[in-house]
Design a protein around this ligand. Structure first.
Ligand code: NAD
Length: 221
């Protein structure tokens, strides 16, 4: 069955690889990213719907979910993948970076889940997959905002999973270690995985047995 899949941050990195993976499985895919030539190129290359939006803008989140459903039909799978890291020491970090991190990494998943969940519950099926991080299970230096947002996203995942238990909607998180993308560049960490490795795990979570609900799957490569 072809499913309607909405992936945030799909113009490059893990999101782009995930879009390719779901398309290869026969799904209909829309990707969200800020307007850029990369977004248009990804859409053309993969045959997916491009939705330009800034997920740091709360109003844009609900609007983009509505545009995705118009283009694809009711969303079967939401992959909250978009994320940012502002690497900075606590004493040097401007409040704006903390707020940007939380807006994109945690508020956007909250708003997008809020937008797609009613139709999922009505149809008695759906998957919400949140790309958190190993950094959501431990601490790394110069990353207080990022780590806190990813710990938060895992908590969000587990709480929402409990809230919808037994109603056909499966909510999970994926916690990758180091992945070879632009986000890792300059971090000092060596990549242990390709974006395609993570994409395979995301696809797995979209078809995994329902008993996986609430799990946060660590991925070490
Ligand atoms: P990336 O920087 O290549 O991709 C981040 C994506 O988020 C991009 O597509 C970008 O366009 C999108 N994005 C950022 N801000 C946005 C905004 N305001 N509006 C819309 N889209 C926005 O890095 P990536 O590694 O592919 O990151 C994808 C996810 O994986 C992130 O949530 C990241 O935290 C997580 N992650 C990455 C690693 C790693 O080692 N690369 C490890 C663990 C988790």
């Amino acid at each position: 069955m072809s499913r309607a899949v909405l992936i945030t941050g799909g113009a490059r990195g893990i999101g782009r690889a995930a879009a390719a993976r779901f398309v290869a499985a026969g799904d209909r895919v829309a990707v969200v990213a800020r307007p850029s030539p990369a977004l248009d190129a990804t859409a053309r290359a993969l045959g997916v719907v491009a939705l330009a939006a800034d997920l740091a803008d709360a109003d844009a989140c609900a609007a983009v979910a509505a545009r995705a459903a118009e283009a694809l039909g009711p969303i079967d799978v939401l992959v909250n993948n978009a994320g940012v890291i502002h690497r900075q020491a606590l004493t040097e970090q401007p409040l704006a970076e903390w707020e940007d991190t939380f807006a994109i990494n945690l508020r956007a998943p909250f708003l997008l889940a809020q937008a797609v969940l009613p139709a999922m519950l009505e149809r008695g099926r759906g998957r919400i997959i949140n790309v958190a991080s190993i950094a959501g299970t431990l601490g790394t230096a110069r990353a207080v905002a990022y780590c806190a947002s990813k710990w938060g996203l895992i908590g969000f995942t587990k709480a929402l999973s409990e809230e919808v238990k037994g109603r056909g909607v499966i909510v999970t998180a994926l916690n990758p270690g180091s992945v070879d993308t632009r986000m890792l560049a300059g971090s000092g960490f060596e990549p242990d995985m390709t974006p395609e490795d993570v994409a395979d795990a995301l696809h797995y979570l979209s078809v995994a047995p329902a008993a996986i609900a609430g799990a946060a799957l660590d991925l070490f490569g």
